[in-house]
Design a binder for this molecule. Structure first.
Ligand code: UD1
Length: 419
């Protein structure tokens, strides 16, 4: 069977304008939250991604009716016929577990297969389950499934041991249709949580405090339809900033909310990039020698773990030693090995990686091990001498909308080919 590769001929300086699409991590929970609605939800600016296809198939399997008009997705969930998310889809994408909260709230019952470990770490769901129990559900885990049932969810005070993005979203969705009030403490503060809360509130939900550590949810009995525009993808935009920087180029990255990129912008400025913020775009100029800087991934508003791999690629081109510390996932340095194959000097010591630069990167055959690792390899390839061929690119297609065309449009020599 032939495999599609992404090939990059390095050495082109990027310049021009590139736009971010709607946020993957915002739209996935939003599509799941449409299960809470008794009306029709119109979601605007939905990116074309493999992960979006998967969550849409999960909803269709539950009896929802979906239709598309270009990047606008209409979802009608009046006739839900199942409370069970198909195992083959959940195993494809961990975020499918986000249908658990809305299904439980809407149907009183939910059966979703346990998302397995994934390449970047174990990623358990214990916090989700503890929260559902606190809201009055009885939860059993059997034969790889999580089965939750309730005669009616009741609001509760829930302290999250750590600010899990997925647990905050799942519990916020479940609590929306619970009787009484819920308080989520030590909640995740990511912009995608705020977007989800705005979506739910536009359906008639009553959520306050999203974007802070304490979220209050007053339960309502029913939610109606709504129209909602998804926020821009801050990780995609950040990846394009790195693409400009690593090629010594100049880009205008459009469709961004600059505030969402504060930690990434700060670190890139520290590394020597000139970045100007406009209302909904960022202008980056990177024509000097990059300097090594240290980063440590943290929950928002700290430096995002989803930008760590791309930043490591950038640091291979910077002068000096950069220490990159990963605190969110335990196994998120797989790109280091592939970057080394391209000539990078990287040492791993536990949860830290030391990148010694600048290295002259050489094109090589490399493998994308996960979504952001794949992007890191494309970025390194843009700056490398010669041709890089990247395999296992289905993991990249999970999260970057129209990547090859977007990068070609600003001067990259990049294409897909069948091997
Ligand atoms: C989401 C994002 C992902 C991002 C991550 C961290 C989506 C679809 N994915 O993933 O891109 O990298 O946030 O910003 O939005 N944990 C537990 N117990 C739990 C839940 C989580 O120990 O019950 C741990 C995880 O193992 C991990 C940490 O908490 O070490 C953060 O995970 P979490 O915030 O839940 O990430 P996701 O929601 O899976």
């Amino acid at each position: 069977m032939s495999e599609t590769l992404i090939s990059v001929e390095g050495g082109c300086r990027l310049s021009g304008k590139i736009a971010a699409s709607g946020s993957k991590n915002a739209v996935l929970p939003i599509i799941a939250a449409a299960l809470l609605s008794s009306g029709t939800c119109k979601i605007l600016d939905v990116p074309k991604l493999a992960d979006v296809d998967v969550i849409c198939q999960v909803l269709e399997g539950l009896g929802a009716v979906l239709s598309w008009q270009d990047k606008e997705l209409h979802i009608k969930t009046t006739g839900l016929s199942s409370y069970e998310a198909p195992e083959e889809l959940v195993s494809k994408m961990r975020a499918s577990f986000l249908v658990m909260g809305p299904l439980l709230a809407r149907m009183g019952k939910a059966k979703v297969s346990l998302p397995g470990g994934c390449a970047i770490g174990a990623r358990p769901v214990a916090l989700h389950i503890k929260g559902f129990e606190a809201l009055g559900a009885s939860v059993r885990t059997e034969q790889g499934y999580v089965l939750a049932e309730t005669a009616g969810l009741k609001g509760a005070r829930i302290y999250l041991d750590l600010p899990s993005v997925g647990a905050t979203e799942n519990l916020m969705m479940a609590a929306t249709l619970a009787e009484g009030s819920t308080v989520l403490e030590n909640a995740a503060e990511e912009p995608e949580i705020v977007d989800l809360a705005n979506f739910i509130n536009s359906m008639g939900g009553r959520i306050r405090g999203a974007g802070t550590k304490i979220i209050k949810i007053d339960g309502v009995t029913e939610l109606g339809g709504c129209e909602h525009q998804v926020i821009p993808d801050r990780i995609e935009a950040g990846s394009y900033l790195v693409a400009a920087a690593i090629t010594g180029g100049e880009l205008v990255v459009d469709n961004v909310i600059p505030d969402h990129l504060k930690p990434v912008i700060a670190k890139m400025q520290e590394a020597g990039c000139l970045i100007r913020e406009e209302e909904s775009s960022l202008h980056i100029l990177a024509d000097g020698q990059l300097r090594a800087v240290d980063i440590k991934t943290l929950p928002y508003p700290g430096f995002p773990t989803d930008m760590q791999a791309q930043f490591m690629a950038l640091m291979t081109r910077a002068q000096g030693a950069s220490v990159i510390t990963e605190t969110i996932f335990e196994n998120r340095f797989m790109h280091a090995e592939e970057l080394r194959r391209m000539g990078a000097n990287i040492r791993i010591n536990g949860s830290s990686a030391v990148v010694e630069g600048p290295s002259t990167m050489q094109g090589a055959p490399v493998k994308a091990t996960d979504l952001r690792a794949g992007m890191a390899l494309i970025l390194a390839a843009l700056a490398a001498e010669g041709r890089t061929e990247i395999s296992n690119i289905n993991v990249i297609d999970r999260g970057y909308d129209d990547l090859v065309n977007k990068l070609s449009g600003v001067g990259a020599n990049i294409w897909r080919s069948d091997q």
